[in-house]
Design a protein around this ligand. Structure first.
Ligand code: CP
Length: 309
C-alpha cells in the first residue's frame, strides 16, 4: 500500500484512500509511541531538512520528533539567521541543502504556493508544513484523526469551524479532509472573516456562533490571524471576544455536550477562554499528541519504506 502522491502539498489533492492509509499507519505508530522504546529504525538511512521560513512551535517540534522516532537524520533550517537575509532565493537555498544528500523537505512558508513552486524545481519529496493562507495538510489530518479517535468515525459527524476562516490555512485543510471523510461542515464567524464563495466547497455558513455550537458535535476554534490582516476586519479584540469568543458559560448553555478543538497557538481570552480551553470538552492536547503519529505516518509513507517493525 502506498500513497497516490510523491509530495504532501495539500489535502485537496489527496484521495480518500490516501487519508485512510495515513490514519491506519498512524494507528500503528501510536501503538509504538506507547512502548518503553519509542523509536523504530525505519528511516535510519534517510535525511530530512525542516525548512522553516515562518515561526512555529508545535509543527516544527512535532516533525522533528516524528523524524527522530523514525530514526532519520534531521537538519533544522530557520530563515532568520540564514543567508536568506543576504538575498539567497528559496530555490538556491533548497538546492544547496539538497546537494548535501538530503532526501526529504518539510517546509513552512508565509507565501501560499511556495511548497508547490519548490516541488516543480527539486527532486526531493516535499511536505507542506503550512503555506500562507492556503493549506496546512498535516494539521488537517491530525485534526480529523483526533475527531475519529474521540467520536469513532467522521461519517455523519457535524463539525463547526469557528473564527478567522479567511486567513486560516487550517480551515481549508480541515474542510477538504472532513468532507472527504463524510463529515458535515459549518463555518462560522464575523462576515468579514468568512470568504464570500466558501459554500462552493460544500460547507454551510453562519455568522451566529451560538447557532453553530448548538448544531455541531465538534467545534474547531481558530485564532485571529492578525499577522495576515493588513486592514482592520473587526472593531476590537474585546468586541470579537464578546460576540465570537467561546467560553465555558457558553458551552454550558448549549443543548448538548460538544467537543472543542484548537490548532494552537491559542489567544486565550480572545477566541477561546481559559476555562473552556482547559475544560473536559477540550481535546487540544490530544491533537498535539496525535500530530507526532500522523507526521510519522506521512514521512514513512512518502519515504516509500515497505516494512513497519
Ligand atoms: N498548529 C500550528 O501550526 O502551530 P505552530 O504554528 O506552533 O506550528
Amino acid at each position: 500500500m502506498s500513497l497516490s502522491t510523491k509530495h504532501l502539498l495539500g489535502i485537496k489533492d489527496l484521495k480518500t484512500s490516501d487519508i485512510e492509509l495515513i490514519f491506519k499507519t498512524a494507528d500503528n505508530f501510536k501503538e509504538i509511541l506507547k512502548r518503553p522504546i519509542k523509536k523504530v529504525p525505519t528511516l535510519r538511512d534517510t535525511t530530512i531538512v525542516n525548512l522553516f521560513y515562518e515561526n512555529s512551535t508545535r509543527t516544527r517540534i512535532s516533525f522533528e520528533l516524528a523524524e527522530k522516532r523514525l530514526g532519520a537524520d534531521t537538519i533544522n533550517f530557520s530563515a532568520s539567521g540564514s543567508s536568506v537575509s543576504k538575498g539567497e532565493t528559496l530555490i538556491d537555498t533548497a538546492k544547496n541543502i539538497l546537494s548535501m544528500k538530503v532526501d526529504m523537505v518539510v517546509m513552512r512558508h508565509s507565501a501560499s504556493g511556495a511548497p508547490h513552486f519548490l516541488a516543480n524545481h527539486i527532486d526531493a519529496a516535499i511536505i507542506n508544513a503550512g503555506d500562507g493562507t492556503n493549506e496546512h495538510p498535516t494539521q488537517g489530518l491530525l485534526d480529523a484523526y483526533s475527531i475519529r479517535e474521540k467520536h469513532g468515525t467522521l461519517r455523519g459527524k457535524k463539525i463547526a469551524i469557528l473564527g478567522d476562516i479567511m486567513h486560516s490555512r487550517v480551515a481549508l485543510s480541515n474542510i477538504y479532509c472532513l468532507k472527504k471523510l463524510g463529515a458535515e461542515v459549518t463555518v462560522a464567524g464575523p462576515p468579514t472573516l468568512i470568504p464570500k464563495h466558501i459554500d462552493s466547497l460544500g460547507v454551510h455558513v453562519t455568522y451566529d456562533i451560538k447557532e453553530a455550537l448548538n448544531w455541531c458535535d465538534v467545534a474547531n476554534i481558530l485564532r485571529i490571524q492578525l499577522e495576515r490582516q493588513n486592514m482592520p476586519l473587526f472593531s476590537s479584540l474585546r468586541e470579537y471576544s464578546l460576540f465570537y469568543g467561546v467560553n465555558k458559560q457558553l458551552l454550558d448553555s448549549l443543548q448538548k455536550e460538544i467537543t472543542i478543538m484548537h490548532p494552537g497557538p491559542i489567544n486565550r481570552g480572545v477566541e477561546l477562554s481559559s476555562d473552556a480551553a482547559d475544560s473536559h470538552h477540550s481535546i487540544i492536547l490530544n491533537q498535539v499528541e496525535n500530530g507526532v503519529a500522523i507526521r510519522m505516518a506521512v514521512l514513512y509513507l512518502l519515504a516509500g519504506k515497505k516494512e513497519l517493525e
